[in-house]
Design a protein around this ligand. Structure first.
Ligand SMILES: O=C(CO)[C@H](O)[C@H](O)COP(=O)(O)O
Length: 222
């Protein structure tokens, strides 16, 4: 079985009746939502809030009841993927462009479980290009300010069209080299006018479920 799927399905075992569940975005979260859908069809009583339009549609098609922040303000458990996980369980996320909603949902969650395959584990964050969500207005000057920070920002494009997030914003991707102080960098980036948020998730998760090619699973805890 796919290593991402193994991790995702293991994490879903933590979901219990009555919970409000945050649904992640991406190819690993896809498997968690699928498994959750099967459990709901089998009688599990939960309500969910999604981190993207894509995950919301998937959940709806599977019959998972959805809620919004207008109806509650705390999530019991969120399960989401990541692009990189370091030894402190800090993350880079946003490869799928959903980092802002993912961070809002993770920050509103009592527990935030991250699901990855082994390829996402790194000693230090920074090989994966860090996504930064920026507003379209003045994006040229925002990108210049990012460049001045030592970042080599590239406006994300899909099929030659500028990628637009579910929030109507743009994403830039770029390298900072090895990210030695993720919290510091996170704060610096978010202070730039025009930056909405960035893909660094520092000190947000205490549990990472890792799936391996050979079918093994491990859980990293903090
Ligand atoms: O942050 C994300 C989307 O914004 C994803 O969780 C991240 O990109 C990992 O994706 P995948 O599970 O497809 O490898």
């Amino acid at each position: 079985m796919d290593a991402k799927r193994i991790a995702a399905e293991r994490a879903v075992d933590y979901i219990q009746d009555g919970m409000i569940v945050g649904l992640g975005t991406g190819s690993t979260a896809y498997w968690a939502i699928q498994k959750l859908g099967l459990k709901v069809q089998g009688g599990l009583q939960i309500k969910a809030i999604a981190t993207s339009v894509q995950s919301e549609e998937l959940a709806r098609n599977l019959g998972i009841p959805l809620v919004s922040f207008a109806e509650m303000n705390e999530i019991d458990m969120t399960i989401d993927g990541a692009d990189e996980v370091d030894q402190e369980l800090n993350l880079i996320k946003g490869g799928g462009g959903a980092l802002l909603r993912e961070k809002i949902v993770a920050a509103a969650s009592k527990q935030f479980i991250v699901i990855v395959d082994e390829s996402k584990l790194v000693k230090r964050l920074g090989t994966f290009p860090l996504p930064v969500e920026i507003v379209p207005f003045g994006h040229e000057v925002t990108i210049k300010k990012l460049y001045d920070l030592g970042y080599e920002p590239r406006l994300r494009k899909i099929d030659n069209e500028t990628f637009v997030t579910d929030n109507g914003n743009y994403i830039v991707d770029g390298h900072f080299g090895d990210i030695e102080a993720p919290q510091e960098l996170h704060n610096k980036l978010n202070l730039i006018p025009g930056v909405v948020d960035n893909g660094l998730f520092v000190n947000m998760t205490r549990r990472v479920v890792v799936g391996y090619q050979d079918g093994e699973i491990s859980e990293l805890e903090k």
